[in-house]
Design a protein around this ligand. Structure first.
Ligand code: URA
Length: 271
């Protein structure tokens, strides 16, 4: 029995490690046909030509200028575009047209939001991962499944149709950072006006920030593990910092504190 449990736990640990690498974007090690990476190149075959960097049309750089290249104040530009967005569709369109964030180039999809726009609780995450990028919806990978289960435990869900029971979910960054790296401060700064406009349009009663990046974006503070569970204010409404579900997947012992935070949230929305 003891041996079986040990084997099972090894199996789960191995699966979790594999899933973690998959979430990080390590997708190419798993292929249908085996690849011998030690094989010597076939001497008879000519080497493939070097990539033609000069062949990239110069218009691409013009399509996606960075603020540094053009001298544009990209944060001011973001503020202007966000302020002009009168509803969610216009905001989505403005983000789609915003060409100064390099992440847009590598992403498959814009990940805007999910849930009920009239929800009382708005959940703000960090940025899409591989599965969110593929589907164009926030929090649909493993961390998202945990997030759904956590909120379901206090009667809240992104599929609910009443504002009291519903969630609205969005992220600080709408495009996936390559390899799920941390967002850079310049990326956060240029996308913050869109996040603030998004929150203003939803007008939630409570904001829940999942992890360091959204905590920093809305409060300027860092240190989610210290801040978690301590209510503060952002944009004139209560803000609850919580550990990110991806952190909880790696540190299951922290789920106990997350449960306490969820109960505090439940009391706040019911009260
Ligand atoms: N992590 C996030 O912060 N947001 C997502 O959408 C997915 C994973």
């Amino acid at each position: 029995m003891g041996i079986v449990t040990e084997i099972e736990s090894d199996w789960h640990a191995a699966l979790a490690a594999l899933a973690w690498q998959y979430d990080l974007g390590v997708l190419e090690v798993v292929q249908d046909t085996p690849l011998n990476r030690y094989a010597l190149p076939d001497a008879a075959k000519p080497l493939p030509a070097a990539p033609q960097l000069a062949a990239v049309p110069p218009s691409r750089a013009v399509d996606h200028p960075s603020g540094f290249e053009t001298g544009v104040d990209v944060v001011a530009e973001a503020r202007k575009m966000a302020a002009q967005a009168g509803d969610l569709a216009a905001l989505r369109d403005a983000i789609q047209r915003f060409d100064y964030c390099e992440l847009k180039r590598g992403a498959r999809n814009l990940v805007f939001s999910d849930g009920l726009p009239t929800a009382h609780v708005l959940v703000l995450g960090e940025a899409p991962g591989a599965e969110e990028d593929r589907e164009g919806r926030p929090f649909v990978g493993r961390a998202g499944q945990l997030l759904d289960a956590m909120f379901a435990a206090i009667g809240l869900s992104r599929t609910a149709t009443t504002p009291q029971e519903a969630l609205y979910i969005t992220n600080v960054l709408p495009w996936r950072p390559p390899g799920n790296r941390d967002p850079e401060p310049a990326e956060i700064d240029m996308m913050r006006p869109f996040v603030e406009r998004h929150i203003a349009l939803i007008d939630p009663k409570v904001i829940v920030v999942m992890g360091n990046t959204p905590l920093f974006t809305l409060t300027g503070e860092r240190g989610i593990l210290k801040a978690r569970g301590n209510w503060s204010q952002a944009m004139g409404r209560p803000l609850l910092p919580m550990a990110h579900p991806a952190y909880l997947l790696r540190n299951p012992a922290a789920k106990r504190e997350a449960w306490a935070d969820l109960l505090a949230l439940q009391a706040k929305v019911r009260g």
